[in-house]
Each structure stands twice: as C-alpha cells, then as structure tokens.
Design a binder for this molecule. Structure first.
Ligand code: B12
Ligand code: SF4
Length: 470
C-alpha cells in the first residue's frame, strides 16, 4: 500500500522573499508517529511543505494530512486534489478536532483528538474494506507507543532534527489554549513510561534535543526520574515549563544536571486581572522575577512567551512588557496577539459576547487582531505587536538585557543567542534556501553548552537535587 503523509505549510513559510527560521526548526513528529503504525511493506512518503516543495503528481492509495488552523485552507486544497485523483484522504490534527464538519467536506475519514488509538483502528478497518467516516479518540495512553519513524524525516532540512515528545497535553486549563478542546472526551495529560522515554532519547544521534511537550515538568513523578536518567548522557536540551514549576525547589536542579539549557516559559501577561480572566491560575501571585533569577542562576536561558490583547491591556502594554522583559535579562521573547482558536473556552466566551471579527483561519496566526478589544482598535494591537518585537530585539535592548546577568560568560551567551535568532535573519534565509539548516546545529549547541559548566558544578556542590513533591 502506498501512503503519503503531508504537513501543509501556511503561506508565510513558503514565501519566495523571506523564510523565517522558525518554520525550519522542527520536523513533523506527529506524522512520523502515525507512520510507525504502518506495515513494514507499506511504501511511505512523508513531506513537510515548510521545508520542501510537495510532489502532487504521485498516485498514493492513502493520503494523511495534518491540519493546523493556519494551514487549513492549504490542507483542504491538497485533500481535494488527491480525492479527485481517487486517493483515500484522511484528515486529522488540531483544526480537524476543533471543526470536524468543516474538515469532513474534504476527507474520506476524519480523526479527532490524538491519533494513537484511532489511527490503528482505521488501518484495521481500511484493510477489512470498511473504513468509517469519523474516528473519535477515546483511549488515552502512550504506554506502548512505538518510536516515531524518524527514518522518514529529512534531517538536513531542520535546525533541530532531534525534537521529541514524551507526554501529551498539560495538567493546567487555560482558556485560550488548544489543549482542553483537543483532548475532550478523555485524559488531557499523560506521559510515556520513563524507561520508554529514555530509550527514545538514547536512540537519537548527536547531543541536542528539543522537548516539544507542553509542560515537561507537569508530572514530577515522571519528570524527576526522567531527568535523573538523563544525567551523564551528555545531552543539551531545551523544553517548556511553567513559572510555578520553576519556582519549586528540586526538579529544576535535576533538569539542569540532566542537560537543560533553555526553557520556554509562558508568562503571558503581567496583569493578575488578565491571568484570572483566562483561568491561568497557576501563574497568579507567582514571582516572575524570582523564577527568571532561579533559571539564570542555574545557567538556563529563558524564552518568555507573552500574549497581548487580553481585556485588561491598554496601549501601554507593549512598551511596559518589553521594558520588563529587557530588565529581567530574558534572552528571547515570543509575542502573540490573543487568538480564539475554535472550540476553546476563550472562543466560546468571545462568540457569546459577539466579539469575533473574522473567521478567516489564515489570520489566526497570533499576529492579527481577531477579537474586538474593549480599549484598543485592531490596528493598535497589531502595530503594538510588531513594535514589541522590534523593540525587544534592538541591539540597544539586547545589550541592556545582557547586563542583567552577573557573569561575563552569561552576558556573552545572551548576546550570541538573542542576536543569533533575530539579528541575522538574512543569513537564516540563505541557509534555509541552501538546505543547510542542520549545519548550524553545532553553533546552537556551542552557545547552549559553552559557558555552562560552572553552574553545574555549583549544583553539585550544594547538592540541591532532592525533589520536593507536593
Ligand atoms: C512544534 C510546533 C510547531 C512547529 C512545527 C509544527 C510541526 N512540525 O508539526 C512550527 C514552529 C513550524 C510551528 C508553527 C506554528 N504553530 Co505550532 N506548535 C508546535 C507544538 C509546540 C508541537 C507540535 C507537536 O509536535 N506535537 C506533538 C505531536 C506528537 O502531536 P501532533 O503533532 O499534534 O500529532 C498528533 C495528533 O494531532 C494527531 N494527528 C495529527 N494529524 C493527524 C492526521 C491523522 C489522519 C490522524 C489519524 C491523526 C493526526 O495524531 C498525532 C499523534 O497523536 C504545538 C503544541 C502542541 N502541543 O501540539 C504548537 C501548536 C500546534 N502551534 C500552534 C500555532 C498557532 C502555530 C503557528 C500559527 C504559530 C505562529 N504564530 O506562527 C505556526 C503555524 C503552523 C502552520 N503550519 O500552520 C498552535 C496550534 C493552534 C491550532 N488550533 O492549530 C499550537 C497548538 C500551540 C498553541 N498552544 O497554541 N508549530
Ligand atoms: S499551561 Fe500552557 S499548555 Fe498548559 S493549558 Fe495553559 S497554556 Fe496550555
């Protein structure tokens, strides 16, 4: 059987003029995971439109397309094309789960929720000649998850070929997040077994890893033994965690000893009113500055995530947020405009209040104002968003921010990392076009690793690796 798996791209990622590095970071791990359920004699091709031109002239038996909101129109176009050619088209992923009826018009079968239960069920039905129109995920376990078919991934096209996911979902419930809607009808946070996760880590070549888990620290009973198991492996890795998890003593130290060097942290907003309105209670009354200091003291760089356009914001939010982030010495920041993904609690509330201005999914890229704001016009929000990016990444501010670190080596690392991401975009563009993204991985590893050993030694001296579980 010939199976074609496709991750369609959003328009920006294919621009002939400009290709932001972020679309050449991670390979399509979700599809590679689904591929692992296929038979050994199936002929499988996996294409990621973010990094390659799709071959649409082939004749597969089954086409599997992963649909995100911003690539939904492109996904439907590709699906229609293959159905017209007689292929059997399966659509799944986050956007299909949010809006199954919309997707069903372009598919032979649709899949909602994670695919580890529904996809093997479909394969059995398909081989028996009886595939269903709709598969709804209900069984939530990744205990027996096979390794993703990484042999299908074109490693050289990605800066971070070693992305890995060892859990699904997150223990928290924030109104704007995709999570609750995607995992509806079953567990919304679960992990691999520790030994299974460690075995997959061991199988990856090189040093660098990027954990794409929503909240790697979400279950300390899993994360603690995982980090212990990684000790001595010589890995350097990046991941995401909450302010709350950073502030707790013990787990973070274990992570650092296991190789953590940079953490994505969802600060989202500096306003407690906004946090409460979004039900992001785990961030309420937490000392953000203390969390950043703890990370920096342990030699972990911070990628801060901020969302503009919550109701308590006004026109001053952009400059205030940037100034705060610069003063804290945050190395990199990711800004977003609050976006109501369909089926989320935020979407339901905004719809009830009649505040949703457009249903053009291409604009749901967190750069456009989708919701009417009580105090700001759409143009103000969008201009403020771009202004925040420009200001945060001005050399003047990168230099100021780097001064927040005590050690000279950490200051240099800050300059190299922040400058590397945003200040040399033309170079990234060239590297991506030359299909040499992976060639830059040693540089990333050097920056992550180079200046760190004194922090590790200080953990070892103080012996702060005792986990405090609550
Ligand atoms: C890595 C990542 C990226 C990477 C690469 C994406 C990739 N290679 O898959 C990059 C940097 C390119 C990226 C870009 C963007 N991303 Co992104 N990204 C992620 C992240 C952190 C991890 C994805 C992942 O690998 N998950 C792990 C794997 C195992 O799960 P999975 O991919 O979902 O696949 C499973 C299921 O979805 C399902 N499945 C998927 N497809 C199919 C198909 C079939 C037939 C079946 C049966 C099952 C099935 O089965 C798989 C196994 O369970 C997620 C957060 C998250 N936790 O998902 C955000 C996330 C997906 N991104 C998001 C967004 C908004 C974006 C951007 C718009 C951001 C921006 N402002 O530019 C862009 C646009 C992407 C696009 N092409 O349209 C949102 C999606 C919102 C939505 N409703 O679609 C998320 C959820 C983040 C968030 N919390 O808001 N992203
Ligand atoms: S903590 Fe992050 S991943 Fe978890 S629900 Fe909130 S926004 Fe989503």
């Amino acid at each position: 059987m010939k199976v074609k798996m496709i991750l369609p791209a959003l328009t920006e990622a294919k621009s002939p003029f400009w290709r932001p590095i972020k679309y050449s970071l991670f390979p399509p791990l979700g599809l590679a995971t689904l591929a692992s359920y296929l038979d050994a004699d199936d002929e499988v091709t996996l294409q990621d439109e973010h990094v390659e031109t799709l071959d649409l002239n082939d004749e597969p038996d089954i086409v599997v397309i992963q649909v995100y909101i911003t690539s939904a129109y492109r996904a439907y176009q590709i699906a229609d094309h293959y159905r017209a050619k007689g292929a059997y088209v399966c659509l799944g992923g986050l956007h299909v789960t949010s809006l199954p009826e919309e997707a069903a018009a372009h598919a032979d079968s649709i899949f909602t929720g994670p695919g580890e239960d529904t996809w093997p069920a479909f394969l059995r039905d398909f081989h028996a000649g009886n595939p269903q129109k709709k598969y709804i995920s209900t069984i939530r376990t990744i205990d027996d998850l096979p390794f993703p078919r990484r042999d299908l991934i074109k490693r050289n096209l990605y800066l971070v070929p070693n992305s890995i996911v060892v859990s699904r979902g997150c223990p928290h419930v924030c109104d704007f997040c995709y999570k609750e809607a995607f995992f509806e009808g079953g567990k919304s946070f679960y992990t691999l077994r520790v030994d299974r996760a460690l075995a997959e880590i061991e199988s990856l070549p090189g040093r660098h890893l990027y954990f794409l888990d929503d909240h790697l620290f979400g279950n300390p009973h899993f994360a603690g033994p995982l980090f212990d198991g990684m000790r001595g492996m010589g890995r350097l890795w990046q991941a995401a965690g909450t302010v709350q998890s950073v502030l707790k003593p013990g787990l973070l130290e274990k992570a650092v000893t296991g190789g953590l060097r940079s953490l994505f942290v969802g600060f989202e907003t500096l306003s407690p009113t906004n946090l409460a309105q979004q039900h992001k209670y785990q961030n309420l009354n937490r000392d953000y500055s203390a969390a950043i200091k703890r990370l920096h003291d342990l030699g972990v760089m911070v990628n801060g995530s901020f969302v503009f356009g919550m109701d308590d914001d006004d026109e001053s939010v952009f400059d205030r947020t940037v100034e705060w982030a610069v003063q804290q010495g945050i190395e990199t920041s990711t800004f977003h405009i609050l976006t109501p993904y369909p089926s989320t609690a935020l979407h339901k509330r905004m719809q009830a209040e009649g505040r949703i201005m457009t249903e053009n999914w291409d604009l749901y890229d967190t750069r456009h104002a989708i919701i009417q704001h009580p105090k700001m016009r759409a143009e103000t929000l969008e201009t403020g968003y771009w202004h925040a990016y420009r200001e945060f990444y001005r050399w003047k501010n990168i230099l100021r921010s780097s001064q927040a670190h005590d050690g000279a080596m950490d200051q240099v690392r800050h300059l190299a990392y922040a400058g590397g991401w945003k200040k040399i975009e033309p170079m990234w563009d060239w590297i991506i076009r030359a299909k040499r993204a992976t060639n830059m991985l040693p540089v990333l590893e050097r920056v992550l690793a180079g200046f760190r050993s004194h922090h590790e030694q200080s953990i070892e001296k103080t012996g702060v690796t005792q986990l405090e579980l609550d």
